[in-house]
Design a protein around this ligand. Structure first.
Ligand code: SF4
Length: 378
């Protein structure tokens, strides 16, 4: 079982908060697709025995590609890899790209799931984020996709925006409810380095939302999701029954994945690799049939720590007895998880039942802090 990820490194414009790899120079889109096809071909011999049950177009903005470009990538996937006939094929889509024609093309290509970057339904917020779409497009695009036959749709929303209020967040979620989607992801706005937002915060023109406001919005989100039949299955992800994201679930469950495109990461046989985050150099390397990647094998300590981090992010939590028995021989007694390793404050954030440790929902935002307290360091 494995997943395939295509990183499409182009966007129409740069959103204020975004630190993903992308370029707004789209003049070499076709060369990029050729390079990605080449990368897939070069890597395929390592992946022949794997069954791919998900394909994910992410980025960047995959929805800006035309039908021919998407077709070339899918054709290469089916030619070089063993893709399940009922694979989940997801596309990250921006509202301004979701015309009737494009949506129909995506259906024809076999795309079965859309992850729509709505972020907000208010023009003042969308403009502040420098999104390429407006509120009208945000409101119309999901219905248009549903009318065309998409029945597995996720939407992305951002909360914890500067100066935002609980009332404003309630209104955003009320609109989201009216869309009848199967899944949604809600992310707290974070200030990443090397972004326009970071610059604005540094010079003082923007003040991040206070922690208490972010917490209030998170708490409301959790109760709203429950009332509306969504399972909160990962810190930022909520699904109706049967509609969890298979592709992202694989990342959190140690399933191998092949990432194609600049800045894409792969995970295979406990080895991680990552491609260079530079469009021109990526294309150049592949034109010379050289893989533009670096890699590392995970140490037992890395594996142990990642199991903790990934486990606490999910509703399934960590099976402590299993984890301890798997790593005792490699890391020794001192690494083992036990309640004594945690402060009373951290312990109070966990629910512990039948040897499974889970973050309590209302403390979930502090999961990195609890994970770090449990990490093994030599
Ligand atoms: S569209 Fe997505 S990837 Fe592109 S700049 Fe905006 S948030 Fe980043």
């Amino acid at each position: 079982m494995a997943g395939l990820y295509f990183h499409i490194p182009f966007c129409k414009q740069a959103c204020t908060y975004c630190d993903f790899h992308f370029s707004t120079n789209r003049s070499n889109e076709d060369e990029m697709i050729s390079a990605m096809v080449k990368e897939l071909e070069l890597r395929s011999s390592d992946w022949r025995t794997q069954h791919f049950e998900t394909i994910y177009f992410g980025g960047g903005s995959p929805s800006i590609l035309n039908k021919g470009q998407l077709h070339r990538l899918l054709e290469a996937a089916y030619k070089h890899l063993r893709v399940d006939s009922n694979a989940e094929i997801s596309m990250e889509a921006n509202p301004d790209d979701m015309s009737k024609d494009k949506l129909q093309e995506w259906r024809t290509l076999g795309i079965s799931r859309l992850s729509v970057g709505l972020q907000s339904f208010q023009n003042k917020r969308l403009t502040w984020m420098n999104r390429a779409h407006n509120a009208e497009e945000a409101l119309a695009c999901v219905k248009r996709a549903q009318d065309i036959g998409f029945n597995n749709i996720s939407i992305d929303l951002i909360y914890g925006l500067p100066t935002s209020t609980l009332e404003e967040w309630r209104e955003e979620l009320a609109i989201a409810k009216s869309m009848n989607v199967q899944h949604f992801s809600a992310y707290i706005l974070t200030v990443e380095e090397r972004t326009a937002l970071h610059h604005q915060v540094k010079k003082g023109s923007v003040k991040p939302a206070p922690d208490e406001m972010v917490e209030d919005q998170y708490n409301y989100l959790c109760s709203w999701a429950k009332e509306n039949g969504f399972e909160h299955y990962e810190i930022s992800n909520f699904a109706q029954k049967g509609y969890r994201s298979k592709h992202n679930g694989n990342y959190w469950n140690w399933v191998d994945y092949l990432g194609v495109g600049p800045a894409a990461h792969s995970f295979h046989n406990k080895q991680r690799s990552w491609n260079i985050a530079h469009n021109i150099n990526y294309i150049k390397k592949l034109s010379e049939a050289v893989l533009p990647a670096h890699g590392e094998a995970l140490s037992k300590a890395d594996e142990f720590n990642e199991t903790i981090m990934l486990g606490l992010r999910k509703t399934e939590g960590i099976n402590v007895a299993l984890l301890n028995s798997n790593y005792l021989a490699f890391l020794g007694e001192d690494a083992l998880l036990s309640k004594e390793r945690l402060s009373d404050r951290h312990l109070a954030m966990l629910s512990i039942e039948d040897g499974i440790w889970k973050m309590k929902e209302l403390d979930w935002l502090l999961c990195d802090e609890v994970s770090a307290a449990l990490f093994y360091s030599a």
